[in-house]
Design a protein around this ligand. Structure first.
Ligand code: SF4
Length: 352
């Protein structure tokens, strides 16, 4: 069983964050109203209440959180719905599996300042907030020590100082949690500080929010993105074609109009998207939204997520089928992140 001490709630600030005017925006209200109880989710989808004891026990370790706009894309009464599987706590998360740990990527060792991870040459990653619009059950930062390791205001000065003093850093990646959980004012405060560091040449934002809470892409966010002084890459995170609805398409269109490059990374998840045709349809829908498929990650072996694992040989066969069915620009790179390696490791597909 997972020790109770690892219990995680990534969203300590779950009340609606306010704008400077003191009035919560639509996305902030939706975030505050997100589903946070397995009982509520099971009832809303008309699921068999027999799943509740396991869901409630796993929820004690890592809290459920999912916006209603994402719940509305799930099929009612279907416990195997691929979107539901990504968010509903299940009893299997409590089983221990050898090799599954709280820090599968060795991130604690890569910290150079609170919330500043330096794993690869030329780029650093800032853990800007513990908050996410959704809690993905396979998240490799389920047990990240956010309380001590968040480079959010007012504590990001130490991280900024490290970036300022290292001219080899030319790209900053805003991550979390999800950086788009921060208000536009907070984001601007951070990027204004980064803009004063001359060797920073690119900004990357890793975010799942436009997929799970598309109302986050509003005028304030567009304004922030349009005013940034660097080329911006937004790396979205969608795993299944059912996640892409009209609101997501419209959000992606607005993001593209700011001039940002849009990429997508997915995680290969058993029971969710371990099927070449599902992944092919995801690539097609992403491209319809102006988003290029970028990575298809093998699962990071975080405690509580073993039931999502797809073994490497099967993953390579799925990637081979995918490559055989799509033009090359729609095929994400199958990759695994390995602790201590100088880059993500690409994994060769096995062709059918
Ligand atoms: S949105 Fe990203 S950081 Fe947040 S829970 Fe999901 S995978 Fe983890």
């Amino acid at each position: 069983m997972i020790p109770a001490s690892s219990r995680t709630d990534q969203t300590p600030d779950s009340s609606p964050r306010r704008t400077d005017s003191g009035i919560a925006t639509r996305w902030q209200r939706e975030l505050a109203e997100a589903v946070k109880s397995p009982r509520e989710l099971v009832a809303a989808l008309g699921l068999d209440p027999a799943v509740l004891p396991g869901a409630l026990a796993a929820d004690e370790v890592f809290r459920l959180r999912v916006p209603w706009s994402y719940v509305r894309r799930m099929r009612r009464g279907d416990p195997a719905d691929p979107l539901l599987r990504q968010v509903l706590p299940v009893a299997r998360e409590l089983d221990e599996h050898p090799g599954y740990t709280g820090d599968p990527l060795g991130e604690r060792a890569a910290l150079r300042a609170p919330g500043l991870l330096h794993k690869y040459h030329g780029r650093v990653l800032l853990v800007t907030t513990p908050a996410c619009a959704v809690h993905c059950r396979y998240c490799f930062r389920r047990e990240f020590p956010y309380a001590e390791q968040t480079a959010g205001a007012p504590r990001w000065n130490e991280a900024l100082e490290v970036i300022r003093n290292d001219a080899s850093i030319e790209e900053v990646i805003l991550s979390g949690g999800d950086p788009l959980s921060l208000s536009d004012a907070r984001l601007a405060q951070l990027t204004d500080a980064l803009a004063r560091i001359p060797h920073v040449r690119r900004l990357r934002v890793h975010t799942r929010t436009p997929i799970v809470l598309p109302s986050r892409v509003d005028e304030g966010l567009e304004r922030w993105l349009s005013r940034l002084p660097w080329p911006v890459v937004l790396v979205l995170h969608a795993n299944h074609p059912n996640e892409i609805d009209a609101d997501v398409r419209s959000a992606c269109g607005r993001l593209r109009a700011t001039g940002a490059t849009l990429l997508n990374q997915s995680v290969l998840l058993a029971g969710v998207n371990d099927d070449a045709e599902v992944l092919a349809e995801l690539s097609r829908r992403l491209f319809d939204c102006g988003v290029l498929p970028y990575y298809l990650h093998l699962l990071d072996r975080v405690r509580g997520a073993a039931h999502f694992e797809v073994d490497e040989e099967r993953a390579r066969r799925i990637a081979g089928e995918l490559a055989a069915s799509l033009p090359g620009y729609l095929v994400p790179r199958l990759a695994r992140e390995v602790y201590g390696a100088p880059a993500k490791l690409s994994i060769a597909p096995i062709m059918p």
